[in-house]
Design a protein. Structure first.
Length: 201
């Protein structure tokens, strides 16, 4: 069989699950999905996760807004998900690429987030250089928390954390190597976070 080449589709996707540590988890998940303006992305929810697909700026904007909605309940929220771009099977057919440039959600409420991420620059022989460069970028952004096996710790205000993740996701792929996967897990309003604001670096 011929090797599958990576497409040049501009689609970015994010498949994620919210796990509110609350007896009220059903309402928290459903409200976050309903109260966020998702008109600029294609979205599908099932019993395990939700997927959003579209232009990069809308996917990151919706991901942040959904997370912020869940966080505003003050409950301890865990989120885990995978961003993907340039996936050979991801065709432009069913997504929202004709949307305006301006992101739909503009809530600037501050919220401390502690997270971990891992980058997988697919097919790129220099993938370790890409990863080291993005870890340096996290330090420049002031959101780097710690190094650990299989991931890096990123924390700070949700707007700075998402801004880093979006910049990192753009920078770690190229025309030559467009297929990129990035996993993210987040912990919000955790009892481990003392007062939250004290943890900003
Ligand atoms: C973002 C996100 N999407 C879907 C699920 C799966 N899920 C678990 S409980 C529930 C509500 C009741 O059906 C749903 C949809 C999730 N956890 N997080």
């Amino acid at each position: 069989m011929e090797p599958t080449s990576c497409g040049t589709s501009p689609i970015v996707g994010f498949r994620f699950s919210l796990h509110p540590m609350s007896g009220n988890f059903i309402k928290i998940i459903k409200s976050a999905l309903k109260d966020t303006d998702t008109s600029h992305v294609w979205m599908q929810t099932d019993d395990v996760s939700t997927v959003i697909r579209g232009k990069q700026q809308h996917v990151f904007n919706v991901a942040k807004a959904l997370t912020l909605h869940a966080a505003k309940t003050k409950e301890h929220i865990a989120l885990s998900g995978t961003f993907s771009a340039g996936c050979p099977g991801d065709t432009a057919g069913d997504v929202y690429l004709e949307t305006p440039a301006k992101p739909a959600n503009q809530d600037r409420t501050e919220q401390y987030v502690s997270s971990q991420f891992a980058l997988y620059p697919m097919n790129n022989p220099d993938y370790m250089d890409v990863i080291y460069r993005e870890v340096e970028r996290a330090k420049e952004f002031g959101v780097w928390n710690d190094s650990m096996q299989y991931a890096s710790g990123i924390h700070g205000d949700i707007h700075e954390v998402f801004s880093f993740y979006e910049t990192c996701f753009s920078s770690a792929r190229s025309d030559q190597y467009p297929h990129l996967v990035m996993t993210v897990s987040m912990s919000i309003n955790s009892p481990s976070h003392k007062t939250g604001a004290e943890n900003f670096s």
